[in-house]
Design a binder for this molecule. Sequence first.
Ligand code: NAD
Length: 503
Amino acid sequence: MRRIEGFVSGKSAKATSGREGDVFNPNTGEVQAKVGFASNSDVDAAVQAAAKAHVAWSAVNPQRRARVMFEFKRLVEANMNQLAEMLSSEHGKVIADSKGDVQRGLEVIEFACGIPHALKGEYTEGAGPGIDVYSMRQPLGVVAGITPFNFPAMIPMWMFGVAIAVGNTFVLKPSEKDPSVPVRLAELFMEAGAAAGTDVSGVLNVVHGDKVAVDAILHHPEVRAVSFVGSSDIASYIYQTGAANGKRVQAMGGAKNHGIVLPDADMDQVVKDLSGAAFGSAGERCMALPVVVPVGKKTADELRDRMVAEMETLKVGVSTDTAAQYGPVVSAAHRRKIADYIQLGKDEGADLVVDGRNFSLQGYEKGFFIGPSLFDNVKPGMKTYHEEIFGPVLQIVRANTFEDAIALPSKHQYGNGVAIFTRNGRAAREFAAKVNVGMVGINVPIPVPVAYHTFGGWKRSAFGDTNQHGMEGVKFWTKVKTVTARWPEGDVGDSSFVIPTMR
Ligand code: NAD
């Protein structure tokens, strides 16, 4: 059976723990490969490789580092088809969606190509007599990223794109469920300018595994910062453990994004947008829209009927089927979890309007497929409303007024994304200003900000105070040094025992 190993100092690095995980093909349900889990010493070897490379990499000037990013971008584009096929075969998302996953990551690499500009410091001439003050942004050293299964290309690139461009060296611990694409990205990065045998070969290293590898990163004294994306309980653990070990940490968690539909919305557009945002990638997106909040009974009844009709047109298929809108979910366990939530929703008293649990794809009966489901009359007190399902399940929560509709996402434990559908600019403006959520879409169902802006939710969707990519990313991955320099004219003055002030 094929084995997937880590990647350290530009070379494949076999895990030594003797532990391994199954990598499934979600279309067939078969185990297609084994992934070797890193031991503490494997993680240490990756950190040491990164520490060694940091000496040379941090001395490379920013424009040369940017050139490596330009070359990496070219190589990823040249390998787009291979990366997308690899990604689909382990994750289950359809090929076009996998290309989107790679492309959204590449946009952060494009941002990183402009890093010399982003790294420029501040300068004050003449802050005192003969005194100038300037600041510089310096890399932190060895840093790490721990990523989820649902965007195995984009999220690693969010992190290492900016972290490496500013001069850090990186250890990536991707999801053990779809580990091949992150390794392929590291190989391409090596080709782009961090070749084996050079003094920068350890710029980007990959270790695989579970809690053991994650804990080794969190406790390693040489790791200066950790960026995490995954579910909220683990994000909270990473944040607390990393901080307790003196590291800078940002930890993005789960989500339950709401789409508010006002009575004046363009319903044709809403139905299409909701369908893509709720069921695309089988709902396995942290920016999916699994909750829709129509305002008023008339809007709710129309939306429900039209969603049912739209859902009948959806095609669920294998990830290589170009006509399929979405493919299987990532694992049998995840499929079971989604099915259990559907049962719970029924038991809690919500109306199960469309039940996707009995869906089966001919010829792929063992694949991890699940059809789209729709609930109506979901209520805020229900567990299935409070928790993230992360599957192709759309829940209608009816609201009587605009104020009630804003209150729902604002009070929810998660605050990643939210969308409003309306033709009323004033209402949209008020909504964007008042809603207690980090990323807002106005007639945009999945408002993932572009790479030169910044990505991050609120409440239990993110722990820490800096977001991913854009200037927030640059801040997270650097520390500021401020220099006060004096070049006096004439004799050296007397000693002073009072705090210096600028006269
Ligand atoms: P997950 O939390 O199970 O795993 C994320 C990472 O943590 C993986 O690398 C995994 O190996 C590691 N991990 C798992 N269990 C661990 C443990 N006990 N201790 C330490 N590390 C552990 O998440 P997932 O299922 O891979 O991804 C889906 C989740 O990620 C969803 O909750 C989704 O909303 C969230 N997500 C959030 C964002 C965001 O930006 N907010 C983006 C994408 C996904």
